[in-house]
Design a protein around this ligand. Sequence first.
Ligand code: ATP
Ligand code: LTN
Length: 336
Amino acid sequence: MEEKTTAKKVMLSGIQPSGDLHLGNYLGAIKTWANRSELYDCYYFMADMHTITVRQTPADLRRRTLEQLAIYIACGLDPEKNTLFVQSHVPAHAQLGWVLDCYTMFGELSRMTQFKDKSAKHADNINAGLFTYPSLMAADILLYQPDLIPVGQDQKQHCELTRDIARRFNNLYGEVFKIPEPFIPKEGARIMSLNAPDSKMSKSMPDGCVFLMEKPEDIMRKFKRAITDSDTENCIRYDPENKPGVANLMNIYAACTDKTIDEITAEFEGKGYGAFKPVVGEAVVETLRPIREEAQRLITDKAYLSDICKKGAEKANYVANKTLRKVYKKVGFLQL
Ligand code: ATP
Ligand code: LTN
């Protein structure tokens, strides 16, 4: 393969194929990934190795991994312009993950919120992978020497640990890793559940969650039933602390229409929740319609999707192995 000649910045992110993708994943992450290829060399992957930190049904994991790729493409990630790949197709992730395990401290891993949440949720399976997840994530990132990691707010802590691990390694061995920055979008950073606006929208709470492949009538029903606030005011005002349900709907509407919060406040002046909720629902339905239709079409073309996986793996392996070779040399592994 040709040596990379462009001096483009690098962007990288991944999502676990652990369930169906939802509006939080789209607005918090995937939407910000699209249309970056002019300025960035972009790598987006299906984090299947992370997914088995929680027990999975093998056939479902395989199906969801391919479906997730179809949705990435349907969300505007052109496989000709972005490197789309499956994590387990690039062995360097596991290889660097092990090395970085040895440069990550027990205390650091113990402080990770995602570990605390997931071990509470899966108390019968608190495995070592769940605990060392952040060093594998650091490997996912550092292998590609990215400048930016576009993720939702909940991944900020893992990105910060990645930076600490990279700095620690560089202090010992010289400038091996670029220190990446997380990139967290303003409006979509933390989409909350429609029926519990104090928890983030998540596939584990399906009633308050809008899935990308969901039918328009089901989406509309969820929005019409969305919990707004129990104040007597019944007006559309942005106040996340006192009116979290309305603020969440305003954020969703802003992210789907590219309108500002001020424009939305003006648009709904003098109107109540009953008028606002279906308009937000419609905006979401129209945002998701082309994505759902294109993903449904792509999912039937398994040969096309496999071909993209192959091409993505080839490019990702090439780039990742360059960093891995450098790391192996620095830590003192005997070269063949
Ligand atoms: P889980 O239900 O297991 O917590 P999840 O639905 O939160 O999973 P992840 O796979 O953890 O999804 O997240 C994938 C990406 O989507 C990450 O970048 C994450 O920050 C982002 N993301 C997930 N949920 C939201 C949300 N509610 N709002 C904004 N971004 C989100
Ligand atoms: N931890 C992330 C998924 C993930 C990721 C990454 C994101 C794994 N590796 C590398 C960005 C970069 C999550 O649970 N959402």
